[in-house]
Design a protein around this ligand. Structure first.
Ligand code: AMP
Length: 241
């Protein structure tokens, strides 16, 4: 059986990604597009608002530039309609960068319960050592147009500073320097990681170890395998990878 067969066979679960910055969530989300997942990335949506200088863009600028979380109210404004529409349309989706606070988690949980979608969602926890995450952050590049992510060391574009996919100019984020990366890792530990203890009570949580640089395709196979196996035990699969 190949991936295509599996993809057609299963009712895809919606994926909620949690992990420190630099742990590969964005790259993973990009790869899932080939399986027709709708990606909802709060980071990308915020950057689009910044570029457009919208009301949300103006309000979130200082928070993003200082590596802090944007206030929950602004994040809800940013994604409420998008998540509701995606839930109603029953498009499989991947949430990258949301939730990042306990309040955001409760908001999402309520929304999923209201739409009777809780059972169709699963958390993926990305694990990476701090030093590796910092190295990822300080050498990464982004395409502002198609959101493809590159890394000057491990995954450089074919042509310097140019996106392989859409030929647009690649940019570095202003917060992708060592000091800001350390700050953001602290914010993750304080504000976001505690979500996992709560999520455990309501959702299946699969772990992805990004420490050794991962073959995205392998992990996608792994996830589809798990999601279409009724009697699965994530920990066992995790050990085999
Ligand atoms: P990311 O692209 O996920 O690394 O996010 C970049 C920045 O956007 C973060 O450092 C935060 O300032 C902000 N941000 C993204 N998602 C959220 C969220 N769910 N809650 C609060 N702030 C967020």
């Amino acid at each position: 059986m190949n991936e295509k067969d599996i993809e057609n066979m299963i009712e895809k679960k919606n994926l909620i990604l949690i992990g420190p910055p630099g742990s590969g969530k964005g790259t993973f989300t990009q790869e899932l597009k080939q399986f027709h997942y709708e990606s909802i990335s709060t980071g990308n949506l915020l950057r689009e608002n910044l570029a457009a200088n919208s009301f949300i863009g103006q309000e979130c600028k200082d928070f993003i530039n200082s590596g802090k979380l944007v206030p929950d109210k602004l994040i809800f404004k940013l994604i409420h309609e998008k998540i509701k529409r995606t839930l109603r349309e029953k498009t499989p989706f991947v949430l990258d960068g949301f939730p990042q606070s306990i309040i955001q988690y409760h908001y999402l949980l309520r929304l999923l319960e209201k739409e009777d979608m809780k059972g169709r969602c699963c958390f993926l926890e990305f694990i990476i050592d701090d030093e590796k995450a910092i190295n990822q952050m300080i050498s990464r590049l982004f395409c502002l147009k198609c959101h493809q992510i590159y890394n000057n060391v491990t995954c450089p574009p074919l042509k310097r500073n140019t996106c392989d996919k859409c030929q647009c100019k690649l940019v570095r984020r202003s917060t992708d320097n060592r000091d800001d990366a350390i700050k953001r890792l602290k914010v993750y530990r304080k504000e976001t990681k505690p979500i996992l203890a709560l999520a455990k009570k309501n959702f299946e949580i699969l772990k992805i170890n990004s420490n050794f640089g991962y073959n995205v395709q392998l992990y996608i196979n792994f996830i589809f395998h798990i999601l279409c196996t009724s009697n699965n035990n994530p920990e066992n699969y995790y050990d085999k990878i």
